[in-house]
Design a binder for this molecule. Sequence first.
Ligand SMILES: Cc1cc2nc3c(=O)[nH]c(=O)nc-3n(C[C@H](O)[C@H](O)[C@H](O)COP(=O)(O)OP(=O)(O)OC[C@H]3O[C@@H](n4cnc5c(N)ncnc54)[C@H](O)[C@@H]3O)c2cc1C
Length: 399
Amino acid sequence: MKRILVLGGGIGGVEAAISLAKEFKKKSGYSIELISDKSTLFIYPLSIWIPVGKRTPQDISMPLDEIAKLRGFQFRQEKVERILSKENKVITDKGEHQYDYLVVAMGGDKMRPKGIEHTLSVCGGGEESLKIRDRFYELIKNGGGTIACGFSGNPKDKTGVRGGPVFEVLFNIDFYLREKNVRDKFKLVFFSPSQEAGKRLGGPGLKALQGLFMQRQIEPIFGKKITAFQPNGILFEDGHLLETNLTLFTPGMNGHPVFKNTDLPLTEAGFIPINDFCQADPMDDSCHFEDIDNCYVIGDSTYFAGPEWRAKQGHLAEAMARVVARNIFLKESGQIQTETFSEHLNILCVMDLGKEAAFIFRDDKRAMAPIGAWAHWAKVAWEKYYKLNKRGKLPNAPL
Ligand SMILES: Cc1cc2nc3c(=O)[nH]c(=O)nc-3n(C[C@H](O)[C@H](O)[C@H](O)COP(=O)(O)OP(=O)(O)OC[C@H]3O[C@@H](n4cnc5c(N)ncnc54)[C@H](O)[C@@H]3O)c2cc1C
């Protein structure tokens, strides 16, 4: 029996296990196993609605054992501690696993700037998003205040940034306050140490963003370096203290800390570099990674070359997952792998604004950012599609 191990039960890992199970359905002698530290798949793109009470973490979590049963793979709840690719071995908190092929999809980690404990992030998962909701509701009860939302990147890797959800939470907070007729009791601020925050959305996306800040009276602070977060606000490098009642901040992304306990090639920011087939690949001769070709990496765990505006996104993680499943199947069928992920490279982001949304698309040829209620409903429809699709009740939409 040949063993294909997928590490990480997030957007990329679940799609990889499903696609592998599909590819190998008619080929006997293969076992597809997904190892994840949590029992559920958390659908991050929908978590932007937790802070305004439109969803709970339960609403947007799917049990992995149920998906595994429906889609024909095995699930083990274990925490990965080491990966030894030269020995084809993964070590978890519960034991060791040998493999024939490995797919790493364990996501990334957040940087920790000074005073980060005085902030909350929507990218911190269900519990942290609930804390945002509770603090937000408390402020409304107490009669108002200042809420600042911001994000920063990783200076060592321009793809280590997550800005879209920060804008979505900010605009949803604004919308919620207007619906409750208490917007005038609040000051809303957007901040980023970068002068170019939002630039990767493309010209139309950036213009839409600037227009929305104006329309909704959100004060933007661009290009001001942060010295530290404090319990009462944000201290900037120029000595200015922005007093806040709630600071929401998403720092730049680093590679997953477990990757330091592996023999895989790593970039300076700790991501695993990959080639166009999604195989771990040092990309240059600086790293002595032997010719290991059975180790694939997808989603937020990766570093990949590409245009300046490229970004780590959920739909790309899914595209990479399908590419990997096909390539492993081709190799096991005695053919050469042909599937590449670079043709799926684009920015596709439905940035929700409350009752409408901006549909932001960018690739090498086009950039657009139309806004409308239809885009909000498209995001709501995507939630239904995604859940049914993972259960095998709807076919894959093209990526
Ligand atoms: C708030 C938010 C909103 C977003 N909105 C969008 C959007 O609208 N559109 C879009 O395309 N993208 C969006 N993204 C980005 C998208 O969610 C990510 O790119 C995507 O989740 C990456 O998938 P992944 O499988 O690589 O990582 P993840 O989804 O982070 O999954 C990693 C998995 O690995 C598991 N894991 C971690 N450590 C271990 C360990 N030691 N052992 C075992 N398992 C482990 C985790 O539990 C998790 O299941 C958003 C992200 C956030 C945070």
